[in-house]
Design a binder for this molecule. Structure first.
Ligand SMILES: C[S@@+](CC[C@H](N)C(=O)[O-])C[C@H]1O[C@@H](n2cnc3c(N)ncnc32)[C@H](O)[C@@H]1O
Length: 282
């Protein structure tokens, strides 16, 4: 595993660019992946990301808890999928890899598991590339989920994933960054029609359902990144699973999805502000 250094280089903008950040990124604009990295305790974020995160937190004090609940669901879900016999993962909107990433969880359980990460953010991609150096069973692609044909045609995807066999498609915390006019439902349907019977689809998605109205202020703040959040209702999120069969317990608040321990659910799982589900293609 390659380790990224923390040397500071002079950036072209008003901030300095650490050596782990690729050239050409906009240092004066926060990014969704780095704000998420901050919330889940990662170290690959800038002051501009932390400032936005703190402003969002002022409106939604439980936001870090929701994001950690999302990350916890990811790990439970990947363990479930490996135990169900899945050896191929397409993780779109994969983010900046932090400990307990998909390939770590999957390959710890089955060393032959193969993982392709996809993200729109060059920082997330650069990090993933460095972390995956020397891992022939995992790769990363810089692409937009709204362009699924670009993802499916990517040589790394073709090299590592066999779409004639079951694949787990992970869309965790990403579809709420895709506005309706970019037609996220069509992208999800394209993936559904590509994968073999026996495949799985996992989605987590932010919602306003049951949330205080202050969350709308936080949602507006997310527009300072290049990917503003779209909060969808439970029925709207459920439509992404058209053509799939939802597994128990269905589409639920994140802590309620197959908790390892009932104590992990807490007293108010609905305060997580996001839903998650796993579905199967017959
Ligand atoms: C909240 S993070 C989720 C990371 C990881 N999937 C998880 O659940 O822990 C969302 C990621 O989606 C990425 N993203 C946002 N819009 C995207 C798009 N249109 N296509 C691909 N990735 C996107 C962001 O760059 C960010 O890294």
């Amino acid at each position: 595993m390659a380790v990224l250094s923390w040397d500071i280089e002079k950036g072209s903008g008003s901030m300095t660019r650490p050596s782990w950040a690729p050239e050409g990124i906009d240092l004066d604009r926060p990014s969704a992946s780095r704000v998420y990295d901050y919330f889940v305790g990662g170290m690959h974020n800038f002051e501009i990301d932390r400032t936005l995160a703190r402003q969002i937190e002022a409106f939604t004090p439980n936001v870090a808890e929701t994001m950690r609940a999302n990350r916890d669901l990811l790990r439970r879900c990947v363990r479930f999928l490996v135990d169900a016999g899945i050896t191929q993962f397409l993780d779109i909107g994969s983010g900046i890899p932090t400990v307990g990433n998909v390939h770590e969880v999957a390959q710890a359980r089955n060393p032959s598991a193969r993982v392709v990460y996809v993200d729109i953010d060059p920082v997330a991609v650069a990090h993933s590339r460095a972390i995956l150096d020397g891992n022939p069973a995992a790769a990363v692609v810089n692409a937009d989920i709204a362009a699924p044909d670009t993802i499916l045609a990517d040589p790394q995807v073709a090299k590592l994933l066999d779409f004639d066999k079951p694949v787990a498609v992970l869309l965790l915390g990403v579809l709420h960054f895709v506005p309706d006019d970019a037609d996220p439902a069509a992208a999800v349907a394209r993936l559904r029609d590509t994968v073999a019977p026996g495949s799985y689809l996992a989605i987590t998605h932010a919602t306003l359902d049951g949330q205080p109205t202050e969350v709308l202020e936080a949602q507006k703040l997310s527009g300072r990144t290049s990917t503003e959040i779209v909060l969808r209702t439970k029925p709207e999120i459920a439509t992404f699973f058209d053509g799939w069969t939802l597994l128990d317990p269905g589409l639920v608040h994140l802590p309620l999805w197959r908790p390892d321990n009932p104590a992990d659910v807490g007293d108010h799982p609905e305060s997580s502000g996001a839903y998650g589900a796993l579905a199967h293609k017959a």
